[in-house]
Design a binder for this molecule. Structure first.
Ligand code: COA
Length: 463
């Protein structure tokens, strides 16, 4: 059965109410983004004063448009919005995005209640008010006023905060994390986080779902949607501290709720809690490109002993283990190390390690049935050559696809300066999960382990 939000994300016709010829206005940016989208649909600007905007015929009222409209974006001052919504009802519009602010978030509860009563007896899907809209990179449609394109990929993002959601688009681009869809939910008059999780759960263009939330309206519905979802759901929940909860109340007018209860409920539903949006992107990169870890036993390959210890500590602090090597693995690695060095886990392949030592040690760990995932690390220490490390990673993940061959994840860590950074840029753009700190790598591996555990539980239940 087609999901009720299918025409919301893939409309054949769009109207922009409050479209403007004035380039400083949100109604202008919204119309322009739709028109420059690589997406085929009818577009209708609505403005009582104009005959044409950006080359498109303009209508005075929604109800003047002679054809059906799948999606309406509203960008007029709050007090005019109820009338526009009545026009939407009359025109039998299925989907509406209310960009306008000035409702419950500003203490204007009566105006928001009025909108609620207008849509109450309809089957209209309404996003907002107080939202940026969405960018659907998978299909090429930009139904937002936000400047810039999101890189196309597998992650669908839901943000309760407009500005943070917008910042996340640019951060994702910078981090080379590809986006399928990114959407702001604002005041959640109608479309809520759980509706979107349900939609993305069945969306073939979404592999991983990410959320920034401050509060949810219906905790049970929210948790059930995560429970139903067969894809990884990453949740950044803000308002953890007392002061943060106070800030939440004044930001969106919602109650942050007990953090402990949220944490336990998200975990129980099978979601993965992230500490911030950077961690969400870290985990999304790992989950989109690597298989989940079937257990928590991690092998570490490093050219620097200190980084190996930091990685070990970070793994253990995040519920992973770094077991001793089996006899067979010990022998395999012993053969490739210089005479004076003896293998251990973390495996220190020492400062002069080149491409071959990296790949041979990683392969030996992947072949070990006591190891569920491998972290490959490099420090730019003196004579170490970063390109030997990044070249080895590229070969292992991109060309030889060792993670697919062994069905175990491989993550990478680096510590160094500019020369390293340029090489890492290439790795990131190739989708390689590489991180500039032991902690971030271990947390991402933990994400892969939690996803592995969730899949195991699903299998047990027969799903
Ligand atoms: N139907 C269609 N268009 C109408 C209209 C109607 N009934 N009544 C007025 N308009 C037109 C206006 O004439 C204007 O067009 P113009 O530039 O040609 O004059 C256009 O709609 C916009 O109205 P205007 O009064 O100029 O408002 P604005 O553009 O300054 O602000 C909002 C409108 C919605 C952007 C503003 O009220 C707002 O809410 N801003 C915050 C948005 C936001 O941040 N959202 C959350 C993001 S995360």
């Amino acid at each position: 059965m087609t999901h009720r939000l299918e025409t919301f994300f893939k409309p054949k016709s769009i109207a922009v109410v409050g479209a403007s010829a004035n380039t400083t206005k949100i109604g202008n940016a919204t119309l322009k983004n739709i028109l420059i989208s690589d997406y085929d649909c009818e577009v209708y600007p609505i403005n009582p004063k104009e005959k044409q905007i950006l080359g498109e015929k303009c209508y005075k009222k929604l109800t003047d448009v002679p054809n059906d409209i799948d999606l309406v974006l509203v960008s007029v001052p709050a007090k005019i919005v109820p009338q526009i919504m009545r026009d939407c009802v009359q025109k039998k519009v299925k989907n509406v995005i209310i960009i306008s602010s000035g409702f419950s978030e500003a203490g204007n509860h009566e105006l928001e209640d009025e909108l609620k009563s207008i849509i109450e007896k309809t089957d209209m899907n309404v996003l907002g008010p107080n939202v940026m809209g969405y960018k659907n990179s998978a299909d090429g449609l930009d139904a937002s006023f936000v400047y810039g394109k999101a890189r196309k990929g597998d992650l669908s993002l839901i943000s309760q905060s407009g500005a943070l959601g917008i910042g996340m688009i640019y951060l994702a681009n910078n981090e080379f994390v590809g986006i399928s869809k990114i959407i702001g939910v604002g005041n959640k008059l109608d479309i809520d986080d759980d509706d979107l999780i349900d939609y993305f759960a069945q969306d073939p263009d979404t592999k991983v779902i990410g959320l920034y939330i401050e509060a949810v309206k219906d905790g049970r519905k929210f948790m059930n949607s995560i429970k139903r979802c067969k894809k990884p759901v990453l949740v950044v929940k803000a308002g953890i501290s007392e002061a943060g909860a106070r800030a939440t109340a004044s930001h969106t007018g919602s109650m942050a709720g007990s953090d402990k209860i949220y944490g336990a409920a998200i975990k129980q539903a099978g979601g993965i809690r992230c500490r911030d949006v950077v961690e969400l992107f870290d985990m999304a990169r790992a989950l989109a490109g690597q298989p989940p870890a079937r257990g928590n036993r991690i092998g570490i390959v490093t050219n620097g002993g200190g980084l190996g210890i930091l990685l070990t500590d970070a793994c253990v602090e995040n519920g992973l283990t770094v077991p001793k090597l089996s006899k067979t693995t010990y022998k395999k690695i012993d053969k490739i190390l210089p005479d004076l060095i003896k293998p251990n886990n973390p495996v220190d392949i020492v400062g002069d390690a080149g491409f071959y030592r990296y790949e041979a040690a990683t392969r030996a760990l992947l072949e070990d049935s006591n190891i569920d995932g491998v972290i490959v690390a490099s420090v730019h220490g003196g004579y170490a050559r970063p390109q030997e490390f990044t070249g080895a990673i590229l070969k292992m993940i991109r060309e030889r696809k060792l993670h697919e061959e062994y069905k175990k994840p491989i993550l990478a860590t680096w510590v160094g300066g500019k020369e390293f950074e340029d090489l890492v840029w290439d790795l990131k753009s190739a989708g390689v999960p590489i991180y500039p700190s032991a902690w971030r790598t271990a947390r991402s591996m933990m994400g892969l382990y939690l996803e592995g555990q969730r899949l195991k539980r699903e299998k047990k239940k027969g799903n």
